[in-house]
Design a protein. Structure first.
Length: 154
């Protein structure tokens, strides 16, 4: 099943794609690859939909949901950049930054929310390499920020 049909079947709603900023782009295509800037669980007004640190204000499950929301934002920007998610041939690489309180040492569990979404939407081509890093702070106290690399076709 195509990724676009799968999104409809799952009842997923992609947020409006983020606008590029004066000094940076949200996505850049180079050859067969699209490099995605960091995306978090932000709403259309650039305000976080979820805030807090994992292990303090947020549970692992809440963090995974925030990572899923970041994934929806990534997909919206990607679709805006390439026209259709059906052009994706592989989710190649993911880097997740997780806003952790001292002692919270399982950021990879949070990033499962993003990775599971990629598998749901793309099937086997959604399986990717991934690193998950716990950090002390993120923009506007977001719990997660995700960068991704996609392989696409014309």
């Amino acid at each position: 099943m195509s990724a676009e049909k799968k999104i409809k079947e799952l009842g997923l709603i992609l947020p409006p794609p983020w606008n590029d900023k004066y000094n940076r782009l949200r996505a850049v295509r180079s050859g067969d690859h699209v490099y995605m800037s960091g995306h978090g669980p932000l709403g259309p007004d650039s305000e976080p939909l979820v805030v807090g640190k994992l292990g303090r204000e947020l549970t692992t499950e809440q963090g995974a949901q925030a990572a899923r929301l970041a994934g929806l934002a990534v997909l919206a920007t990607l679709r805006n950049n390439i026209g259709s998610l059906d052009r994706v041939t592989r989710v190649v690489r993911v880097l997740g930054f997780v806003n952790c309180a001292p002692g919270y040492n399982t950021p990879s569990l949070v990033m499962h929310g993003f990775s599971d979404l990629m598998l749901e939407v793309f099937g086997e081509i959604g399986r990717h390499t991934r690193s998950s890093i716990g950090i002390a702070e993120l923009y506007a106290d977001m719990p997660v920020e995700v960068e991704a690399l996609f392989e696409v076709r014309d």
